[in-house]
Design a protein around this ligand. Structure first.
Ligand SMILES: C[S@@+](CC[C@H](N)C(=O)[O-])C[C@H]1O[C@@H](n2cnc3c(N)ncnc32)[C@H](O)[C@@H]1O
Length: 224
């Protein structure tokens, strides 16, 4: 993962969404009057600058997938802005925070350089529980805590997650109309899942080229 290099975020942050209030730092947040009017907001910005400007408890769920070697994950800031659970994919060797639950994604096995150590094909899914949202109305296999979904669409991001897996987590840990936040959205699988499941979505992606991978999602955005 450390070989993944970032291009700089767009210098032209021009677009303000019609239904948002700009705050002192120029970022804007949705005014949610009716949970049946869902929205998608994508921001081509550094997530930590965006988060610093977010009001307390402004989203219902954080579902995200930071870079493996990201040493800057500030769980206190994530807890500040989120009313509900915080879910993050991670390398089993480096947990960003102490979770209440750990699930496992068993990735497809592929050829790797094993001259110095054995391969690992498992990612952990850390869940820090806040609130009690837990929808237990799906078939049992959705609650095993061990999943082996594969990316079924075109693979556009090196660390892309399977849509079905993201949708499963979103169904269980949030409700229709909730606001889901992904500070590190990559190809924006979380945004696609939110759209499919009638959740609202706010997300950040710092890399300009990566940000453009989600341009088909539409919605309000700032950046390119
Ligand atoms: C592991 S990838 C996410 C992949 C995503 N789950 C998917 O399915 O496509 C992490 C992403 O976080 C982005 N990123 C890293 N640091 C960031 C930051 N400070 N703010 C916003 N995005 C960041 C990277 O550019 C990368 O695309």
């Amino acid at each position: 993962m450390s070989k993944f290099t970032l291009s700089q975020p767009s210098a032209t942050l021009v677009m303000q969404s019609g239904y948002s209030l700009p705050d002192a730092d120029g970022f804007s947040f949705p005014v949610i009057e009716n949970k049946s009017n869902t929205f998608i907001e994508r921001h081509n910005v550094d997530a930590w600058k965006f988060i610093a400007a977010m009001p307390d408890k402004s989203v219902d769920l954080i579902l995200t997938d930071p870079l493996y070697d990201d040493k800057d994950i500030d769980i206190n800031e994530l807890m500040r802005v989120c009313k509900g659970h915080i879910i993050a994919f991670c390398d089993p060797m480096y947990r960003y925070f102490q979770p209440d639950e750990i699930h496992h994604w068993v990735k497809p096995v592929s050829t790797k350089n094993t001259t110095k150590r054995m391969s690992s094909f498992i990612e952990e899914i850390l869940v820090l529980r806040q609130g009690d949202t837990y929808n237990h109305n799906l078939p049992w296999a959705n609650y095993s805590g061990v999943w082996s979904d594969v990316v079924e669409s075109e693979n556009v991001h090196p660390f892309q997650k399977p849509l079905a897996l993201i949708e499963r987590l979103m169904r269980v840990y949030s409700n229709k109309g909730d606001v889901v936040f992904d500070p590190f959205f990559g190809s924006c699988v979380t945004g696609r899942a939110a759209k499919n499941l009638s959740r609202s979505f706010i997300g950040c992606e710092i890399d300009v080229e990566t940000f453009s991978l989600s341009s088909d999602l539409g919605g309000k955005f700032r950046g390119r």
